[in-house]
Design a protein around this ligand. Structure first.
Ligand SMILES: [Zn+2]
Length: 338
């Protein structure tokens, strides 16, 4: 397979005009040449934090606090999930994965509600799509055993050492929310030695130090934090110390669009476009344990092709800035997932 255009190559997304040669689902070579198309070729996005189960609850609960919205077991989201039929849940998740794939997401890390049944339901959905879900069961060890790991709500909601140990024994991924509404659950979350933390809006100097010392990656979800009015993470301080990836969080609160998440992140931070695109691709791939997110020889060819001559993108001077700040689902011409 051969792709032609401006290739955002290597870990820094160096724009190279030419051809990308793909063999057996992997990148074989990047050839410099005059391209006959305006395509912009980049790694597919890795959405590092989602709850797509709450696709049944889009835009529900205006004006409610974070706790009233999503806290288990009585938050609005959990009541709506409990009230929905399996068919409704599966149908709404299908539409969301379809949208995510069309918008360039090659893989996502999902915190899946509903125990073993919830894990089975999303696996049924994923069978129909190329986009890969790394599914972390939430409520029980049994759910973790059926899934790719365990996604804990937060250290103030329970004591997760049993789940943590079982997940480690199974050599699976353990993630936990921390520092979303305040800092009180960050130290106990770090005590669990998680594979990654989610949010860290309220991290304090000691927490930054602990994250650095333990090399614990962090997933930030700035649009979600803005939507629930809990504050915004200090992404620069996190990024100076560890791997930081981007996630869109609850479908209930926000569309699962990495384009929107990147554009928002660009506006609320002092990060460069390259850093933000790294957070949307290779950093999430690193947390998920995937061999993608960078266009270089030998990497898996999980790719996104944008039409650089769309009404939206034509004439852009800086393709990386354009991808981060301006591009949208309407510019996608192809999503390649081996
Ligand atoms: Zn979450």
């Amino acid at each position: 397979m051969l792709l032609e255009g401006t290739i955002l190559s290597g870990p820094e997304f160096e724009p190279v005009e030419g051809r990308l040669v793909i063999e057996d689902g992997h990148i074989d070579s990047i050839e410099h040449a005059t391209a006959r198309t305006d395509n912009i070729i980049l790694p597919a996005f890795i959405n590092a934090h989602t709850h797509i189960g709450d696709s049944i609850a889009k835009e529900a609960g205006e004006g409610l606090s974070l706790e009233e919205l999503v806290a288990p077991p009585d938050g609005l989201k959990h009541r709506l999930l409990a009230a929905a039929t399996r068919e409704e849940l599966i149908g709404s998740m299908e539409r969301t994965v379809s949208l995510m794939q069309a918008a360039g997401t090659g893989a996502f890390i999902e915190f899946r509600e509903g125990g073993v049944d919830g894990v089975r339901a999303i696996k049924e959905v994923l069978d129909q799509f190329e986009t890969e879900g790394i599914i972390l069961g939430r409520e029980t060890i049994e759910a973790m055993e059926q899934a790719d790991g365990f996604g804990a709500s937060g250290a103030n909601d329970g004591e997760f050492s049993r789940e943590r140990n079982a997940t480690a024994r199974a050599e699976k991924l353990f993630g936990i929310h921390a520092g979303e509404v305040d800092s009180s659950d960050i130290n106990p979350a770090l005590d669990l030695d998680p594979d990654f933390l989610v949010h860290m809006v309220h991290a304090e100097p000691l927490h930054f130090e602990r994250v650095e010392d333990s090399e614990t990656p962090v997933v930030v979800c700035p649009r979600s934090n803005a939507a629930t009015d809990v504050g915004l993470p200090d992404i620069r301080s996190l990024l100076d110390r560890t791997t930081v990836a981007l996630g869109t969080d609850n479908v209930m609160l926000n569309s699962p669009s990495m384009f929107r998440e990147m554009a928002f992140t660009e506006l609320i931070s002092d990060l460069s476009s390259v850093e933000i695109l790294q957070m949307a691709t290779r950093n999430g791939a690193e947390i998920a344990g995937l061999n993608c997110g960078v266009i270089s020889e030998g990497m898996e060819a999980r790719l996104l092709v944008l039409d650089g001559d769309s009404d939206n993108l034509t004439g852009v001077q800086d393709p990386v800035r354009a991808v981060v700040r301006r591009a949208s689902i309407s510019d996608v011409s192809e999503v390649i997932i081996p």
